[in-house]
Design a protein around this ligand. Structure first.
Ligand SMILES: Cc1cc2nc3c(=O)[nH]c(=O)nc-3n(C[C@H](O)[C@H](O)[C@H](O)COP(=O)(O)O)c2cc1C
Length: 399
């Protein structure tokens, strides 16, 4: 019943869409769903590359069986052990008892640890190959893109890189599977939100992976989530290079917390002055309204960042504190920065925000601005000066 979706001769897409789960990793909103990609090589040896989230096993296996009928699966390659890809391993082994599971030396103990499977495991080392008949898979470890055991494999006769979480995206595949079948602009933001929040902490490992894989003749990139790329490969590599160097574009994210509007008034003044000074990309977020994953995604996109918070029990507003801690944990670098805040009896927030930027070695463009109670002329002018200083610095950098 399922019409095959070939990547090339005898290599098929057998992934599934999930439009029901609200939160990926029980944390990241999936307003446009997600796909769990899996691939099948129908050769002398039948080989699956990754499974899917366990709740989707039935529809996934239906796609597999439509291609191979009652033939058994010989190999399962496990590129990544996160349960959205490994979740159906134990069921697959029950259905195909002679299945050989292929992974690297860090993967195999995890398979035992998660699923109690310790037999018919085949270890592959860096650069080793596995022949399936007409096709040959070569394995490359990419530690911390996104877990320590993360691995990719490259099928050399077709130039296909099964890239695991690398180059993945949120968003279900709504008919179109390949980049030339979709409106890619619809995916670009979700791809960056996926990268920045899921892999963004690991800029250095991503750089190492890019230099390792850069010499391969890449015809197709087949990730574990989102579209498969065959037209936009150079663009994908360039985007990953830029993001993993935390190298933002000309533009400013203003993220603020505000309970009663005083801090927000300061944000409005800063934003207006940025626009007056020629900054066309200004993205404002109320951190109590917008999930941090969207804010972090835009922080990866733009070079300028301005954070504002009221003082709350001598600390930052809790939602701003959560965002700042996340940025610190991720070690997001290379931003030009400003800070502001509001208080009533004893201010602390603006100074804490300035210190947070310092801890991440962000370049402070102007002293932090902090107002006591309602915004008045002097601090209003200081907000404009902060906006101007940010715009001037970005104009210097980008022209
Ligand atoms: C729960 C709570 C805790 C606060 N804690 C402090 C504080 O520790 N120090 C202070 O000076 N002001 C404190 N304030 C006052 C706010 O910082 C101040 O009113 C500020 O202008 C609020 O900014 P907003 O209008 O953007 O919410 C607190 C206010 C609330 C509601």
């Amino acid at each position: 019943m399922h019409k095959p979706i070939p990547l090339s001769d005898n290599i098929y897409y057998v992934g599934v869409n999930d439009r029901r789960t609200a939160l990926f990793e029980n944390m990241w909103p999936l307003h446009r769903g997600v796909s769990y990609n899996s691939y099948l090589i129908v050769d002398e040896k039948i080989t699956l590359i990754d499974t899917v989230e366990v709740g989707h096993t039935d529809k996934w296996l239906a796609r597999v069986r439509a291609l191979i009928g009652t033939r058994p699966i010989d190999y399962l390659v496990v590129n990544h052990m996160e349960p959205d890809h490994s979740g159906a391993i134990h069921l697959l082994r029950e259905i195909y008892p002679n299945l050989v599971i292929v992974g690297n030396k860090k993967t195999l103990p995890m398979i035992d640890g998660f699923y109690g499977i310790s037999d018919k495991l085949q270890e592959v080392n860096e650069g080793e190959s596995l022949s399936t008949g007409q096709h040959r898979l070569t394995f490359y470890t990419v530690p911390m893109v996104h877990w320590p055991e993360s691995m990719v494999c490259y099928e050399e006769t077709t130039g296909t890189l099964f890239s695991s979480d690398a180059f993945g995206s949120f968003g279900s595949l709504d008919g179109g599977i390949f980049d030339d079948e979709i409106d890619f602009d619809h995916f670009r933001d979700e791809m960056r939100r996926y990268y920045s929040n899921i892999v963004g902490k690991y800029g250095n490992p991503v750089q190492k992976a890019l230099s390792k894989l850069g010499s391969l003749n890449l015809q197709t990139i087949a990730p574990s989530h989102g579209p498969i790329y065959r037209e936009r490969i150079a663009e994908m590599l360039a985007m990953y290079d830029q993001w993993s160097r935390y190298d933002g574009e000309k533009g400013v994210v203003i993220a603020y917390a505000s309970m009663y509007g005083n801090t927000e008034e300061m944000a409005e003044a800063i934003a207006r002055e940025l626009a007056v000074c020629g900054i066309r990309h200004v993205r404002m977020f109320d951190v109590s309204k917008t999930h941090p994953s969207y804010i972090i995604s835009d922080i990866f996109k733009y070079k300028g960042l301005i954070l504002g918070s009221p003082t709350y029990s001598n600390e930052l507003h809790p939602n701003m504190e959560a965002l700042v801690m996340k940025l610190q944990h991720m070690g997001v670098t290379s931003h030009v920065y400003g800070a502001f805040g509001s208080f009533t009896w004893s201010g602390a927030a603006a100074k804490k925000l300035a210190e947070a930027g310092e801890s991440l070695k962000w370049e402070l463009v102007a002293p932090q601005v902090e107002e006591k109670q309602g915004l008045k002329a002097e601090k209003y002018e200081a907000c404009l000066a902060l906006g101007r200083a940010m715009a001037n610095r970005l104009n210097e950098i980008f022209g």
